[in-house]
Structure formats: C-alpha cells, structure tokens
Design a binder for this molecule. Structure first.
Ligand code: ADP
Ligand code: MG
Length: 613
C-alpha cells in the first residue's frame, strides 16, 4: 500500500479523510513531520479541518507536495496502526450508488435522509415497528379498537361531502367478512386504491352514522412476493418519492452484503458482562428482529454505546483545569443594598443561589455556573444580583439572550431596577444601528455604560468592553459553547453564569454540562400557582384548542409557542406562520390571534406585545 494508492482511495471515498484509521490527513502530517517537511505537515492539517469542497482543491496540492515524501519513505516500513483497513473502512464507506439497486435518482432521495454511504444505510434505524403478527379477522372486529387487517380490495368509492373534503372508501375482504376502510383527504391515493389489490390496513374501528367502518391510520399495499408477512415490520422515516417497501428492500440487501464488515467497538469483557450481541448482530436486529425482545436487546446495546462514548468524551473535557478568574470584593452590605430596591422579598431558593454565585464571583477561580429554574422562578433577579456585584466592584457585565424578543424583555425588566442602583444599562441587538449604536459602542468601550443586554450582536468584534468581569447567557441551550466563550472573552478572565429553564435532571445536567457547576432555583415566588407541564401527542390537538377556548371565554390569554430549532429559523417561521393562519382562520376565527416572531420589524413586534400586555 503506497501513498498514491491512499490518495486514490481518498478521492474514491469522497474526501472523508477516513481511508486510514485515525485520519488520512493525520497520517500524512505525521509522516511529513518526521521527515521535516513543514509545509506538507501544515497542509495536511488544513486538509483535516477543511470542508469537502475545500478538500477537493487541497488534495492535488497535497499529492504533489508528498511526491518527495514517497521517495524518502522506506518501501518496507508500514506501521500497522496507519495501515488502511481495506475491509472495514473501504466497504462501509462505499457510496450507496455502488449498490445495484441504487441509481442516481434513489441516491439523491436517500441523501435527503442523510444517507450517503453503506454505513449510513446500515445505521438508518427504523422509527418503529408494526406488529403484524396480530391480524384480526374481519368477521370479528371489535368496535373502537385499533386493529390490523389484511385482505383484498373489493370495491372503491369517492365522496365529496364538502368542497374541501375528500373521502376515499375501500371495502376490504379477507374471506371472513368485508369492512369499509376510510381515508380522509388523501387525493393521491385515489389511483392507488383499486379492485383486487391486496392491502394491509391498520386503524381504528368505529360505528358512525349507523355504519361500521375502519378509520385508516396506516396501510401498505402488498405484492404477492411478500405474502410472507413478517411479524415485526420495520417502519422507516421516509422522504417523498421513496416508499417504505423500496427502502426496506435496499436496507435488507445492504444487511446481507455488508453487515459482516461492521466491526466491534466495545471491549470483549464489557460485551460479556453486559451480555450484548456483537455490533454487527445488533445492527441486524435493529432492522429485522424476529421478536420484540431481540430488538430491545440491540437497542439497549446502542443506547449503552452512545452514552459510553458521551461519558468518555465528557470525562476528557472535564479534565480541563480550573481557570483563573476575577476575584470580586464581596462585603456584607451588598446583598441587603440590592434587596432594598426590590418590590418583593427574595425567595429562599433565590437567596441560596445568589449566595452560591457570590461565593464563586468572590473566589479567585473563574466562575462557570449553570442556574436552572422553572419559568417564573425568578432567574432574572438572580442575574441582576450578580450584575450588581460586578458593577459595585467597578467592572462591567453583559447578558446575552437568544432572541431579540427575549433580550428586549430582559432589558425592560432590568433597566428600571439597575437604574435605582445607579447602574447604567443598554440594549444591543441587530436592530439597534446608526448613531445610537455608535454611541452605545463608545460608552461600553469607555466604561461609561456599565451593563449591556442583548442578542448575539453582543459578540460582534466591534463591541468592546472597558472591563467586563461577568458574562451571563440566558436560555443556554440556544447557544453553543463557542458563543458563550466568545462573550466571556470580551473580558479578561470574566466569570460566567448560564441560565436555563430547561428542566434537566440533576444527574444529566452534571453529565452534559460537566464544565459547569449547578445551582437550582427550586421554589416559586409566593402566591404563584405551580406550573403544570404536560407532554401530549398531536392526537390531543382538538382537546387543547377546546381547553384554550374555555380559558379565553373566561377572559384569559394563551400562548402557543412553535419549535425554535437552532440554525433553521426559516423553518420555524414557516411552522409559526402556518399554525397562526390555521388558528386565526379556522380554530379561533372568532377570537383575536396574533403572530410574533424574530423576523418581524421592531415596530410590528412592539405593537403586538403591547396589545397582548
Ligand atoms: P424566569 O425565571 O422565568 O426568568 P422571571 O425572572 O422573569 O422568571 O420572574 C418572573 C416574575 O416573577 C417577574 O415578574 C418577577 O418580577 C417576579 N418575581 C421574581 N422573584 C420574585 C419574588 N421573590 N417574589 C415575587 N415576585 C418575584
Ligand atoms: Mg427568564
């Protein structure tokens, strides 16, 4: 195996830097270093961190520069650790197009699901299983139960009770009896349902309008080829244009040909102790278990594997040493002075957490603390207390929130409080600009402005603090480590406080944020009703709208929050806008419904928030 070969493989496998264990680029960099070829060494390191597109450009350069490397390398020397493993790597890293059943069109569809190599395909686990071993006989279907049936379509019918409603009805017979199966508003199915076609249907039986029928939730057309129905049928997440059946057969094919190349990654003592299946076997059972417990065992293995890797990584990063921080001078009058300006008494939990924070801030080590507390537990005032200590020491503080709306809210509640304490405070977001922005920037740099509250606009290069000693990040899960670090680095050895309302169990918090110490505000301000949190499925939608209607009728108000997912604000916007339109036109047509999101103009947002308040 010579370098030339490695380059060829690297190209073939899509510039993944994976043809050598530990990384192709690292291997090359190592060789280069040993032979004193600094330029090549550096180039190889660049390659390791480059994007695929950049790698394509870098590779020829690397190849050219390593020409002399080859001639220097003794032909016989080949270190085992650096030897490319042709079996494992090259087989599983094979792009899926190399499979017979996959042409360019299917490859493009699979790509949408994040599958581009055989390995991706093997590890594309089903979302759930349909237990088809329990087929009901049509002659003895119960009412109001979810059942599976299998039979032939004997008659089809199309109904249009309303202009925007389409009902497809197919009578299915299994020899014992006939039942009408109903699909609502599935126009594309019209041509698929025809007499004589064999079908598997799962759904709820109901007795409606004097008729017995089956309301279909899942179905699958059966070809005579798979007359042998498996009991546990894997159901994969799909994309338009790719059917369950096709994906299933592709995965089965991949399992047959490639599962054998999956390497074990857990030590054998551990496998023995935990009684795990081999990794290859477990992958097979994740897709095609005969029984549920086989699947459960495989699933347990992968869950274990995932947590083990996570834990190992965390342990590595937790070895980070304690860093030097700012030692804030803490005198006995500070907390009482702060409390004087509050219109209420701090709760016991708030006092405890503030004292934990104060102790950290007073110490010489850098503070890294996570403050967890349910919505309404009063985190803002805790942040204010921390800010106060920083400012009393003559330093500055910054508070960063994930959205402009949240930053503005913080500003509105903190500004009056801080003003009473003689602390100047400003709001910096993407929509503050021009002269106003310039003067704020100047005031922060001169130290005249003591506190900045804002969005990620705070971590832009031109925001400079004279002497920032405390960085606070609110709703931490929206920020990456990099952003909170960037905020901290606006100061010298600044202390860090992270705040979140995510109810994360203590043990998990310690595992995931092992670089942070934990404070929990586990008490609500007096008179506050406990917040009840429920997770329900979409089946509950109607009940929730009905509940909201009841509350609104009492003169109350409701929020509906749509998912905010980092990096995909566009999608969130769509989901919020779509739901808004539905609620406003249909569900709550007789009520006033507003829409608020980050892409609106400040004036629009203000107007809406005012109206709601
Ligand atoms: P969150 O933890 O969700 O950020 P906030 O800090 O916004 O909660 O506080 C929620 C509300 O409770 C605010 O109106 C705040 O003024 C009020 N509040 C906070 N602490 C107390 C307290 N100790 N007693 C009474 N009201 C309080
Ligand atoms: Mg808050």
């Amino acid at each position: 195996m010579q370098l030339d070969d490695l380059f060829q493989r690297e190209i073939k496998t899509g510039y993944k830097n994976s043809v050598v264990f530990g990384g192709f680029a690292d291997y090359l960099a190592n060789l280069a270093e040993k032979q004193g070829m600094d330029e090549l060494h550096d180039l190889a390191l660049c390659y390791a961190v480059a994007s695929i597109a950049e790698r394509k450009k870098l590779l020829p350069l690397l190849q050219q520069k390593s020409d002399s490397l080859i001639s220097k390398e003794p032909q016989t020397e080949s270190k085992p650790a650096a030897k490319p493993d042709s079996d494992y790597r090259s087989n599983l890293a094979t792009p899926i197009q190399y499979m017979k059943s996959i042409g360019p069109k299917r490859a493009a569809l699979l790509k949408k699901l994040g599958i581009s190599t055989i390995e991706d395909l093997l590890f594309y686990f089903p979302r759930y299983f349909r237990d088809r071993s329990e087929l009901s006989s049509i002659s003895s279907l119960p009412i109001g139960d979810t059942v599976n049936i299998r039979g032939h379509i004997v008659r089809c019918e199309k109904l249009r009770p309303k202009a925007n409603m389409l009902i497809l009805r197919a009578w299915v017979s299994d020899g014992s009896g006939i039942v009408p199966c109903i699909w609502y508003n599935q126009k594309f199915l019209e041509s698929e349902l025809y007499q004589g076609r064999e079908i598997f249907v799962s759904g709820k039986t109901e007795y409606k309008f004097n008729k017995f029928q089956l309301n279909v939730s899942e179905y699958e057309f059966l070809a005579s080829a798979d007359a042998e129905l498996r009991g546990m049928q894997p159901v994969y997440a799909l994309t338009e244009g790719l059917s369950q059946k096709v994906l299933r057969s592709i995965i089965i094919d991949a399992l047959d040909k490639y599962a054998g190349f999956i390497e074990e990654n857990l030590p054998s003592q551990l496998i023995e102790k935990m009684q795990f299946q081999s990794r290859a076997e477990a992958v097979r059972k994740m897709h095609l278990p005969e029984y549920k417990d086989e699947y459960d065992a495989a699933h347990r293995r992968f869950a274990y594997e995932e947590l083990l890797v996570l834990q190992l990584a965390i342990n590595l990063s937790a070895q980070a040493t304690v860093q030097e921080g700012r030692s804030h001078k803490l005198t006995d009058d500070i907390l009482p002075d702060f409390c004087k300006v509050l219109p209420y008494e701090l709760t016991g939990a708030q006092k405890r957490v503030i004292n934990e924070i104060y102790a950290d801030m007073a110490s010489e080590n850098a503070m890294s603390r996570l403050c967890c507390g349910d919505v309404g537990s009063g985190k803002t005032v805790v942040a204010a207390a921390a800010i106060y200590l920083a400012c009393r020491n003559g330093h500055q503080a910054a508070l960063m929130a994930p959205t402009e709306i949240l930053a503005t809210q913080h500003y509105q509640s903190l500004q009056p409080l801080l003003q009473k304490l003689g602390i100047t405070c400003c709001l910096i977001t993407g929509s503050v600009n021009g002269k106003a922005y310039e003067s704020l920037i100047e005031a922060l740099a001169s130290g005249e402005m003591m506190v900045a509250i804002g969005t990620q606009a705070l971590i832009q290069d031109n925001v400079i603090f004279k002497d920032l000693s405390l960085a606070i990040a609110d709703e931490q899960h929206r920020f990456g480590v990099r952003q909170r670090t960037a905020l901290m680095q606006k100061g010298k050895n600044a202390d860090l406080l992270v705040m979140t309302a995510t109810p994360i169990p203590r043990s998990l918090a310690l595992a995931f944020y092992s670089d942070l110490k934990l404070s929990v505000i586990d008490e609500l301000p007096p008179g506050r009703r406990e917040i009840k949190t429920y997770a329900v499925s979409y089946d509950y939608e109607q009940r929730i709208w009905a509940f909201m209607e009841k509350e609104i009728a009492k003169g109350r108000q409701c929020f509906v929050v749509c998912p905010l997912v980092e990096e995909s604000e566009k999608l969130d916007l769509q989901s919020a806008t779509a739901l808004y339109e539905d609620l406003e036109k249909n569900v709550f047509a007789h009520r006033r419904v507003g829409l608020l999101h980050g892409k609106q103009k400040p004036a629009e947002k203000d107007a809406l928030m005012q109206a709601f308040a």
